[in-house]
Structures are given as structure tokens and as C-alpha cells.
Design a protein around this ligand. Structure first.
Ligand code: GDP
Length: 189
């Protein structure tokens, strides 16, 4: 099934939240993890999100209406080293507010971690938050094409040791198409 996606607006605070209650799929990860490429790949719309955009510049949640049925919420990438302390704090505030906002109905959070790098300390903070908040989350291990099969297995096993048992994981690559079907299944498409 083809995706129909409509950019709705950018959210920086409660006044920008949509009035309707369509369920949301949210996308979160550190800058450069491959989040824009992931969203473009799963929708098949190559320019929906701007890949390779200057990290740390986007300090807003971009909301897209998909197939007039649900929202995609693209959260700003975190962990960009060149941000000032104040900018980092503002970014964190926006992300954690958005995730905790009771008006948002999350069907699933796609939490992206670079398969090669593994979870950074920022990623671990986000994971802790998602677990404590009880948000339905799937871990996307991005850029798996960068790893040889043996390394990939080792890396996935290592990452599994850092998350609760049976936590949903999808290894993903925009280059090989790995994981795309699994994500479509989660989206119900
Ligand atoms: P974002 O900052 O999280 O939105 O990351 P981008 O989607 O802009 O990707 C960051 C960089 O990683 C870009 O140079 C992408 O081309 C590259 N990238 C993204 N996904 C993949 C992937 O699956 N495999 C490889 N090899 N590179 C990827």
C-alpha cells in the first residue's frame, strides 16, 4: 500500500498540538542516527524528511498526517556535541514534554540506535525514560549494512544485554531494505 503523507506542522509547545486524537507513531534518536532516512525509507517518500540536515538545528517536533489515519511525529535528534548547555537542555525539555504530554496518544515509539555504535549514554537516558514511562517502544538498530553478519550478531547480542528481555528489536538498513517489512507490520500496513 502506498503512503500518503502530509506535513502538518512543527510543534514547539502545547499550543501547537493537533486537535484530533489520531494515534501517533513517534521517531526518536540522536542526530545522525539515520532517523530521516528511516522515515523516508518506510514511507517510500524520499524527501519527506531532510536527511543529512545540519544536526542540532531542528528544535521542534515535525508532525505528518499519514493516510489520514495516524500521525508520524519526528522528534528532534539529540546528542549533537556542538550545542550549548542551554540549547541541549531546551531540546531535552521539548523531547520529554512531548513524550509525557497526555494529549498525545502513542501507538508506538520507534527508538533508533546505531547498530555499529550501540547505545550512547544519551541513548541510555532516553531508554530509561521510555521504560519508566511505559511507552510502547520498538528499538530500531540502524545502518546494519555497515556490519558484517558475524559482527551484526555479536552487536545485537550485546545490545540485548542492555535492554529488558523480549524488548522488540528490528535491525534496519535503508541500503539493503532489511527490517522494512517488520516496520510495515508494526504500522499495520
Ligand atoms: P538523522 O540525523 O538521524 O536524520 O540521520 P540521517 O537520516 O540524515 O542520516 C545520517 C547519515 O547516515 C546520512 O549520511 C545517511 O546517508 C546515513 N545513513 C542513514 N541510514 C543509513 C543506512 O541504513 N546505512 C548506511 N550505510 N548509511 C545510512
Amino acid at each position: 500500500m502506498a503512503f500518503q503523507a502530509e506535513y502538518l506542522r512543527s510543534i514547539t509547545g502545547p499550543a501547537d498540538l493537533p486537535e484530533d486524537e489520531f494515534p501517533q507513531f513517534a521517531f526518536i534518536g540522536r542526530s545522525n542516527v539515520g532517523k530521516s532516512s528511516f522515515i523516508n525509507a518506510i514511507t517510500g517518500i524520499s524527501n519527506l524528511c531532510r536527511s543529512g540536515s545540519t544536526p542540532g538545528v531542528t528544535k521542534k517536533v515535525n508532525l505528518f498526517l499519514i493516510n489520514k489515519k495516524f500521525y508520524f511525529a519526528d522528534l528532534p535528534g539529540y546528542g549533537y556535541a556542538k550545542l550549548s548547555y542551554k540549547e541541549r537542555k531546551e531540546l531535552e525539555k521539548l523531547i520529554f514534554w512531548y513524550l509525557s504530554e497526555p494529549l498525545n496518544h502513542f501507538q508506538r515509539i520507534f527508538f533508533l540506535i546505531d547498530a555499529q555504535v550501540g547505545p550512547t549514554s544519551n541513548d541510555q537516558d532516553v531508554l530509561k525514560y521510555l521504560l519508566e514511562a511505559g511507552l510502547p517502544t520498538t528499538l530500531i538498530l540502524s545502518k546494519t549494512d555497515k556490519l558484517k553478519n558475524s559482527e551484526k550478531t555479536r552487536q545485537i547480542n550485546q545490545i540485548k544485554q542492555q535492554i529488558p528481555p523480549h524488548f522488540p528489536i528490528v535491525p534496519f538498513s535503508v541500503k539493503t531494505g532489511e527490517g522494512k517489512k517488520d516496520v510495515h507490520k508494526i504500522l499495520g500496513i
